[in-house]
Design a binder for this molecule. Sequence first.
Ligand SMILES: [Zn+2]
Length: 118
Amino acid sequence: MDAFTQEMKERLLEEKEALVKKLNSEEDNFRNEAMVSSGRGDSSDLASDEGAYRKMEALNAMDARKLKSIENALKRINEGRYGYCLQCGKKIPEGRLRAIPSSVLCIECKSENEKMLK
Ligand SMILES: [Zn+2]
């Protein structure tokens, strides 16, 4: 593994750890809040819990997606294919990887994918 890939791997592992910690603490916070409010048990509280839960789920979904792309990039490092575009196989510029270590697409493919989504 070259020095650059090694450096990106370390950054990905750090990001992953921070994200897992964040997801776990959010879950703890929510559980604590749910425990406190369940003591009162009237329906208006239940409704606001529902809203908080939805908001948390949306946040978690975003973090979970990020976590997934980090894991994807780590998998590609292990397979020796890190830094090459998932779609066209071209080398992704180091500057792009430094900015977003979890990138698995080159800029051309990324913008093409985004165009297709619109
Ligand atoms: Zn590409």
